[in-house]
Every structure is written in structure tokens, then in C-alpha cells.
Design a protein around this ligand. Structure first.
Ligand code: GLU
Length: 304
């Protein structure tokens, strides 16, 4: 059982379309079930039109799913309950530190864009968020207590991973909403998802999610992280590389078959300039055909 889990933050572009095509092919080539979950709780309030646009983009590409889409905004009580269980079992604690306090308290300079590891200032300080608020007058987040340096796991595409965990991480935000890490684990487990195909920018999140599965006594899925689509400068495909949104391509008269053909080419499943429907690729799909390097996807010549 697999899933598509778009965040409806804007129009789908070639990068996410490729990831969704791969998730679809992996499941459908084995006759499996594919669910659709709209991850609409992260970031600014999502408008209903944005969600409808995401569904329309997926349908236009020819990707289908089983059952009704699930909206994370309908499931807030489940995340709240899981967070409460983590606190009750001593896996999570209330934390009132602001981002700048965490930065200031960090002793070592940090690499990458993860920010510094949390120094543990609030560990053991409060019994829960309400107590933290009463004591400090500040809204508290909940942090998961990480007592290991790494959670090794075997990724279905990139292979064995050391799975470094970068300190105690937030599972419930200061406003009471769930952090992505918690919501995705609660949902994948509740929906019976056994395979998660997603872009490899989420690889650093996986060890955290594995810790949450363990702490909540849930079975973890197989993770399959696929390389990102990048522009000619080697950076993640984004607006600066031009408009690769499906909406824009469609408005310019590019057909879904040309887009899927191009995505197939980027996946090593078809020739440059070919056209295809997702179903045409089922017989050819194999993870071994996929490049392990980031894939360049800003060749607009194909669509001109
Ligand atoms: N909603 C996330 C995204 O669109 C994907 C989360 C996941 O696959 O775990 O990037």
C-alpha cells in the first residue's frame, strides 16, 4: 500500500510530478493500492482552490488513487492524541525556547540547513505544555527526546543509511498544531501505508520518523527516497529555473502525454521527446533504471 502526499502549497511542478509518477508506478506495477493524502496543515492556510488544483494536476497527468482523498486538517485530533501519548510515556517534553535562543545556546557551528541541534535546555523542566505556559507565560512546543545518535535503516532506493539524528526535534508546534514529522507518521500508520516513495530532501527526516514509529509502537513502512529534479545550476528545481508548473505547461498547450513522456525520460523509462501515459510505463518500470544522481529537468526546449 502506497500513498501520494502532496502539500498543496502551489501548483505541482515537474519535480513533484516525477516523484508522484514514481510512487504511482511502484505501487501500480505490483497491483497495489495507492492512497491520496493532502498535507494541508503545514505553512499558511491552504485555500480550497489550491487543493482542487493539486487534484486536477494529478488527474491531468493520468495518476489515479484509491478511495477518497484524506485531508490532514480533518485529523488534528489524532495528532493531538499521539502527542499526548508521547508526553505520557516520557518521550516528549514541553519546550519554550525560541529559535534564536536555540541558536544562541548552540556551542558548535552547524552545517547544512538543519539549524543547530537543540541543546536540551527544557528537558525535564515542565510536566506538560500547560505547566510550561503557567511557569513562563510562553506557549510551548513539544519536543521528542532523542537518546541515540543514529537510527540506521535500509532505504529501498539509496540503500543502507546511517540515519544520523540531529538532536531533540519538535513534534507539536507552539500553536498546538502537529509538526510534519508527527503528522506523517500518525497518518501513514493509520492508513496502513507500507511503502513511502518521496524525494531525497526528506532523507534526514526519516530517522526521526523511525523513532516516532518505535515510541508509538507502530510498524514503519519501507522508505524509498528518489533523487530530486534539479535545474542546470545543480540546485533543486524552483521558480528561478522558469515556470515548470504543470498548469503553466498545460496553458501553453503541452499535452499530458508529452509531460509524462518527458518524466519517463527523466526516469530512464523512455526516449527523449517521447510521449506516454502512466499506464504505458508499467511494464518498463524498475528502480534499477533510475539514475542515482540528481536529475536535470529544466530542458524547456522539449516543450517549446
Ligand atoms: N507533503 C510532503 C511534500 O510534499 C511529502 C511528505 C512525505 O512524503 O513524507 O514534500
Amino acid at each position: 500500500m502506497g500513498r501520494l502526499a502532496p502539500s498543496p502549497t502551489g501548483a505541482l511542478h515537474l519535480g513533484n510530478a516525477r516523484t508522484f509518477l514514481l510512487a504511482w508506478l511502484s505501487v501500480r506495477s505490483r497491483g497495489g493500492t495507492l492512497l491520496l493524502r493532502i498535507e494541508d496543515i503545514d505553512g499558511p492556510r491552504v485555500k480550497p482552490e489550491t487543493i482542487a488544483g493539486t487534484l486536477a494536476d494529478l488527474r491531468w497527468l493520468g495518476l489515479d488513487w484509491d478511495g477518497e482523498p484524506v485531508l490532514q486538517s480533518d485529523r488534528l485530533g489524532h495528532y493531538e492524541a499521539a502527542a499526548a501519548r508521547l508526553v505520557a510515556a516520557g518521550h516528549a517534553y514541553a519546550c519554550v525556547c525560541s529559535r534564536s535562543e536555540v541558536e544562541a545556546a548552540a556551542s558548535a557551528p552547524h552545517a547544512g540547513d538543519e539549524g543547530p541541534a537543540y541543546p536540551g535546555t527544557c528537558r525535564g523542566r515542565f510536566t506538560d505544555r500547560a505547566a510550561a505556559r503557567a511557569a513562563t507565560g510562553r506557549d510551548a512546543a513539544l519536543r521528542f527526546r532523542v537518546d541515540v545518535a543514529a537510527v540506521p535503516f535500509d532505504d529501498g532506493f539509496v540503500g543502507p543509511q546511517r540515519g544520523a539524528v540531529h538532536g531533540d526535534f519538535v513534534v507539536q508546534k507552539r500553536d498546538g498544531g502537529p509538526a510534519y514529522q508527527l503528522a506523517v507518521v500518525v497518518d501513514d500508520a493509520a492508513q496502513g501505508v507500507t511503502e513511502v516513495v518521496r524525494a531525497d530532501d526528506l532523507l534526514p527526516s526519516t530517522p526521526r520518523q523511525l523513532l516516532l514509529y518505535r515510541a508509538l509502537g507502530l510498524a514503519a513502512p519501507q522508505f524509498v527516497h528518489v533523487p530530486l529534479v534539479v535545474g542546470g545550476d545543480g540546485r533543486r528545481l524552483a521558480k528561478r529555473h522558469g515556470d515548470t508548473s504543470l498548469r503553466h505547461l498545460r496553458a501553453r498547450g503541452v499535452t499530458a502525454a508529452a509531460v509524462v513522456g518527458y518524466l519517463a525520460f527523466l526516469c530512464g523509462l523512455g526516449p527523449r521527446g517521447g510521449s506516454a501515459l502512466p499506464g504505458d510505463l508499467l511494464g518498463r518500470f524498475a528502480w534499477q533504471r533510475l539514475s542515482r544522481q540528481p536529475v536535470r529537468g529544466d530542458d524547456h526546449g522539449l516543450f517549446a
